[in-house]
Design a protein around this ligand. Sequence first.
Ligand SMILES: Nc1ncnc2c1ncn2[C@@H]1O[C@H](COP(=O)(O)OP(=O)(O)OP(=O)(O)O)[C@@H](O)[C@H]1O
Ligand SMILES: [Mg+2]
Length: 204
Amino acid sequence: MKNYNVVFISGTPGTGKTTIANNLKKELESKYLVEVLSINEIAIDNNLILDFNEEKNYKVIDINNLNIKLNEIIDNYKNQYNHFISKNKNNTKLIKPKILIVEGHITHLLNGCDKLIVLRLNPKILENRLEKRKYIKEKIQDNLESESLGLCSSEGYELYENKLNEIDTTNKTIEEITRIAIEIIEDKSSLPIGNVDFLDWFLK
Ligand SMILES: Nc1ncnc2c1ncn2[C@@H]1O[C@H](COP(=O)(O)OP(=O)(O)OP(=O)(O)O)[C@@H](O)[C@H]1O
Ligand SMILES: [Mg+2]
């Protein structure tokens, strides 16, 4: 593994991105310097929410400027870390490799990661999770269709090809999913696009 690794976690709303990113930090912290960023927070902090689409009930985000901002943040972290290494040349072995995790629903559309992990979840189970939120019916339906069609994965594939991994989180505990994600991050396994298929939900 490189000294500095950038991992993006994407997936349909409700698939567990925030939960898994935070648990990854907890599990990886003894071996690595881990930082978790939320792409939503970056967009809000930098005024990159352009509009709210009332009809479809989603935020319109300035993706181009979000991409620029995120990559400034990534470069800054890299520079800070390199500085840290060069200052400690004689004991670099003592320095933990760094992992920067950026989680959020649109990360698969943004540049800058070494690994993209898309969390997938059977739409039937996702439906129960989304019903607990105050989403309107149409928004739930849109999200379930997106998940069934694997939209985050197919969009992410255009940019990331074999750097893209899909984890089927259905019926898995947070700990199990975290373990699988760690194997991907540490190059011990890969789960290329195509191993998850929820199309039958769409065709029902
Ligand atoms: N493996 C799991 N098993 C059971 N429940 C889970 C699992 N992963 C996440 N959850 C639960 O599902 C809900 C949604 O998780 P979370 O908020 O992490 O999703 P998200 O992908 O970050 O959603 P959003 O895109 O809206 O930010 C939470 O209540 C969380 O506790
Ligand atoms: Mg979240």
